[in-house]
Design a protein around this ligand. Structure first.
Ligand SMILES: Cc1ncc(COP(=O)(O)O)c(C=O)c1O
Length: 445
């Protein structure tokens, strides 16, 4: 297969950039180089159009090249490029926090800014521990994650995460005092569920088993993705998240939803928490917050958490935590412009109106060779393929490469092909995305 896209690549030096989550040597011997983006499309360095079936990395929810965001960032940089948020403030940071609080799940109206999903996760974990300590329960420090969970790459997020390749070489460096519930992917019971699977709410009871093992008095928080993306789109069985909420309430354990990919309209509501009608105590976000145009994340904390931590003596710093670039002015400007676009174009709820069309399109791939499951929710879709004997991920990777050659970018994770297009996608584009994937699956052994 020839995925060599541009002669420049062969004489451009590619060695210095140690690429993240990439097979560096394989990529550099056959690079896929993007040069431009607009709306639903990328263009490669040699000018080929590639439809974006992943919103970049689940972040470009309003489509690429939004002038309003560029203009807002340009204006902000020329007015004030940087301002510290340690013991100083600048107005658009407060404005942005207020705007976010207005669309947040009920009660989660205190907003802490970070620069990424990983930082949001580590911030939320620290807030959970700080909250219990502020309430005189300093022994409540244990964190519970879930198998197959992805919470970024910080030591906290990696420790509560449950993807084996992210963990195995760092095994002895994990945070102590972390345990994991089992994941909710069960193809035997739930293959080809449309939307939420009906089987599996009882899997939340696993949390009770861990409480029995460690005792609630030692557990600070449970963190889950309402819909897990990185491990191949894993949906919560109907009733599962509500059950988790009940068990947390009963045991004074905080519930953290990691909404880094589900936030900002991906599931047809501003946040998955609103779509599933389960309110966490802390919620992490990033990605769609700025439409991917500037690095930024935000942690939404329930007011009870903020108020408890604010009990520190007057004049002292209440939470010893923050980043130089927390609430960076240019990122705030990008986020405000992004929220304006989302509001004006109804993008925070558009996925709900497209979801039946999307579901039907994605499920039309059922019955194709090697397809063993299809999962969908909002504008998220996943096709699970049977792995090749002894070569996990190889079939899906080949499909990803072939789709790219045919002008469609999908995401491969293990033996799953995941799709999460910009929320502006139209019916014709859905057809092209899914038909291209289908054609490639058909001809891949
Ligand atoms: C659920 C979830 N949490 C955290 C992260 C980490 O975000 P970042 O790559 O911005 O650090 C991701 C990234 O994909 C994610 O999907």
């Amino acid at each position: 297969m020839n995925a060599q896209l541009h002669p420049l690549a062969s004489n451009t030096e590619l060695d210095a950039f140690w690429m993240p989550y990439t097979a560096n040597r394989q990529f550099k011997s056959n690079p896929r180089l993007l040069a431009r983006a607009e709306g639903m499309y990328y263009w490669t360095v040699d000018g080929r159009e590639v439809m974006d079936g992943c919103a970049g990395l689940w972040c470009v929810n309003a489509g690429h090249g939004r002038r309003e965001i560029t203009e807002a960032v340009t204006k902000q940089l020329s007015t004030m490029d940087f301002a510290p948020s340690f013991q100083m403030g600048h107005l658009i940071a407060f404005e942005l926090a207020n705007r976010l609080a207005a669309i947040a799940p009920p009660g989660l109206d205190r907003v802490f800014f970070t620069n990424s999903g990983s930082e949001s996760v580590d911030t939320a974990l620290k807030m959970a521990i700080a909250y219990h300590r502020a309430k005189g329960q300093g022994q409540k420090t244990r964190l519970i994650g879930r198998e197959k969970g992805y919470h970024g790459v910080g030591f906290g997020g990696m420790s509560v995460g449950g993807i084996v390749n992210n963990r195995k070489i760092f095994g002895s460096s994990m945070l102590p005092g972390v345990d994991h519930m089992q994941h909710t992917l069960d193809i035997g019971h739930n293959a080809y569920s449309r939307g939420l699977p009906q089987w599996g709410a009882h899997l939340a009871n696993e949390l009770e088993r861990l409480i029995g093992l460690h005792d609630a008095s030692t557990i600070a928080a449970v963190i889950v993705e309402p819909i897990a993306g990185s491990a191949g789109v894993i949906l919560p069985p109907a009733g599962y998240l509500k059950r988790l909420r009940e068990i947390c309430d009963k045991n004074d354990i905080l519930l953290i939803f990691d909404e880094v990919i589900t936030g900002f309209g991906r599931v047809g509501k501003p946040f998955a928490s609103l779509a599933f009608d389960v309110t966490p105590d802390l919620m992490t976000s990033a990605k769609g917050l700025t439409n991917g145009a500037m690095p930024m994340g935000a942690v939404f904390a329930h007011r009870k958490i903020y108020d408890a931590v604010m009990q520190a003596p007057e004049g002292s710093i209440e939470l010893f935590h923050g980043y130089t670039y927390s609430a960076h002015p240019a990122a705030c400007a990008a986020a405000l412009a992004t929220l304006d676009i989302y509001t004006k174009e109804g993008l925070l709820t558009r996925a709900a109106s497209m979801s039946t069309e999307w579901e039907n399109a994605v499920h039309s791939l059922r019955g194709l060779p090697h397809v063993i499951d299809i999962r969908n929710y909002g504008l998220i879709g996943a096709v699970e393929l049977e792995p090749r004997a002894g070569k996990p991920g190889a079939r899906a990777f080949e499909i990803f490469l072939k789709c790219f050659e045919r002008g469609v970018m999908v995401r491969q994770t293990g033996d799953t092909i995941a799709m999460s297009p910009p929320l502006i996608i139209d019916a014709k584009q859905i057809t092209r995305l899914v038909e291209t994937l289908g054609a490639v699956i058909r001809e891949t052994a």
